[in-house]
Ligand binder design. Structure first.
Ligand code: UGA
Length: 519
């Protein structure tokens, strides 16, 4: 953003304060246009607009808030007092490229609250984003099959209920909610005599590249409830950070549609991505059995422009807090509301779970019973460049190996990931935990005395491991590359056995020829 002179900024700030009282349209939340009768303020977006409130300062809320703070005053609300205290003191609760830098750059436009009431106190905010968690419903009680997969919307509902006590605010739903939620919320509001302006604006941020995806979204999808002032305010907010929205053809990327359609876009997008990974994994498994290289196969497949190359990498399975949760939620809603069976989802889930099982089988094929073996796990985060452990395949693997009596040593180059794993262990927060004894202090320490090494996250740093040094430290020789990230030649040159995923496999799972015995 280009900054105006200090004088203009200060004058504008004073005018803005007064603009609400004097009802100067250009300064009360409307875009400040070049034909302003005061100055040419076309580049002055900050302070002239209504603040926005974001409820939920977790991953999505924080990144979204910091992203919009480039152009607006942003008030972040979270009932987690420790989180708010940390943010207020400039301590980042998550590791994400650019986060701290952009937080500091926009610090004067960010404020933090533990209650919504205070954030709304001066009545100026128009748009209130909801970015609270929508976890899977806790299991237990008498439930029908799959019902536990439905999203738990209690946090969403309690924020909406609080907002219903306020006039002049529009809800912008950022939390991932199942199709039909918006409609249900509107009915809930109506039952209380309120005509609630409500927008669905699903997020498509990718962890580890969240600001890149925030700055250059492939599309922005907005589902609306027919309150045009709210839709306009949201479009204007986006236009402040995405100059392309003022150009021609912007409707191709800024898509307005019905509420339920926007909700479906979010779930279908995640399902489509998960299906692509599933395809890569299933074909990868076939390639392993056939001594083919799935990365070559997928290169050929992805070169078809109708298909494209992304999300076709076979591996130890997708993790994260979204894919598994979201596709289960849409399956549950389809079953409950429409009596439909989204059987695709069943395949995606079982194939994904099977990917970790294949690693366990490979270990057992090579090492025999795993009781008492030492297994090193490289990578804890569910993907590189984040300290997010949720749904990480490393932990699914760890749980299965512990059950078989293996001793684990794990390492992740991101200190936040290691701290989180240890904290989860202390707090008994299953399943993403590692005890202090299981956490190594370096990659080399993790592989020391290991019978086998499994790479679960494709951190760049793992490409720099000195495999000769590692081979000397290890007790065994097997290296399973769950992300096809290592150089097989470098591993083999060190006298180790390399086993890739869908490529460079030594056929560990291939049925043995009749009469042959395992080595
Ligand atoms: C995913 C979507 O990509 C985002 O668009 C969406 O906004 C987000 O979920 C969400 O719903 O909040 P994210 O979970 O951050 O984003 O991570 P991805 O980059 O999609 O990766 C998910 C998992 O798939 C990772 O474990 C990754 O290693 C795995 N993956 C990805 C593969 O196994 N193969 C691939 O080819 C690509």
């Amino acid at each position: 953003m280009r900054e105006g002179s200090k004088f203009v900024r200060e004058t504008l700030a004073v005018l803005t304060e007064n603009a609400v009282d004097y009802k100067i349209p250009e300064l009360t939340g409307e875009r400040v246009t070049p034909h302003s009768h005061l100055f040419d303020l076309s580049h002055m977006t900050v302070s002239a607009k209504a603040p926005i409130v974001i409820v939920g300062a977790g991953y999505v809320g924080l990144v979204t808030g910091v992203g919009f703070a480039r152009a607006r005053e942003v008030r972040l609300v979270d009932r987690n007092a420790r989180l708010i205290e940390d943010l207020d003191a400039g301590r980042m609760p998550i590791s994400e490229p650019e986060l701290e830098e952009r937080f500091n750059d926009n610090r004067d436009r960010l404020s933090f609250f533990t209650d919504l009431e205070s954030a709304l106190a001066d009545q100026r905010p128009q748009l209130v984003f909801i970015a609270v968690g929508t976890p899977k419903r806790a299991a237990g009680g008498r439930r029908q099959e799959g019902e536990g997969d439905a999203a738990n919307l209690s946090a969403v509902h309690s924020v909406v209920d609080e907002l219903l006590l306020h006039d002049g605010v529009a809800v912008v739903m950022k939390s991932t909610v199942p199709p039909g939620t918006g409609r249900a919320i509107l009915e809930r509001a109506e039952a209380r005599g309120r005509d609630l302006p409500y927008l669905s604006c699903p997020e498509f941020l990718q962890e580890g590249a969240a600001f890149a995806t925030f700055d250059s979204p492939d599309r922005i999808v907005v589902g609306h409830s027919g309150h045009s002032w709210a839709s306009d305010a949201l479009r204007e907010l986006h236009a402040d950070v995405h100059p392309w929205l003022q150009g021609e053809h912007s409707d191709e990327r800024y898509m307005e549609m019905e509420l339920i359609e926007a909700e479906c876009v979010k779930h279908t997008s995640n399902l489509a991505l998960a299906i692509r990974i599933t395809l890569a994994n299933e074909i990868g498994n076939f390639c392993e059995e056939s001594a083919a290289d799935a990365t070559q196969v997928m290169k050929g497949v992805g070169a078809d422009r109708r298909i494209g190359p992304s999300f076709l990498k076979p591996g130890v399975g997708f993790g994260g807090s979204c894919f598994d949760k979201d596709i289960r939620a849409v399956r549950a809603v389809a079953r409950a509301d429409a009596g439909l069976d989204l059987s695709l989802v069943d395949t995606v889930i079982s194939t994904n779970e099977g990917q970790v099982e294949r690693v366990v089988e490979k270990l057992e094929r090579r090492l025999g019973a795993l009781e008492g073996t030492n297994i090193a796990i490289l990578g804890l985060a569910f993907k590189p460049k984040t300290d997010d452990l949720r749904g990480g395949p490393a932990f699914t693997l760890a749980t299965r190996l512990r059950r078989r009596g293996a001793n684990l040593r794990a390492w992740d180059p991101e200190p936040g990931a290691r701290e989180r794993a240890a904290r989860n262990h202390r707090e008994g927060a299953e399943p993403e935990t590692m005890s202090t004894a299981e956490l190594a202090r370096s990659a080399l320490e993790a592989v020391a005395e290991a019978d086998a090494v499994v790479l679960a996250t494709e951190w760049e740093q793992f490409g720099e491991i000195d495999w000769c040094e590692a081979a000397q430290a290890m007790r065994g020789t097997l290296v399973i590359d769950g992300r096809n990230h290592l150089d097989p030649e470098a591993v083999r040159a060190a006298g180790l056995e390399y086993e890739g995923t869908g490529r460079e496999s030594r056929g560990l799972l291939r049925p043995l020829p009749e009469g042959a015995t395992e080595s």
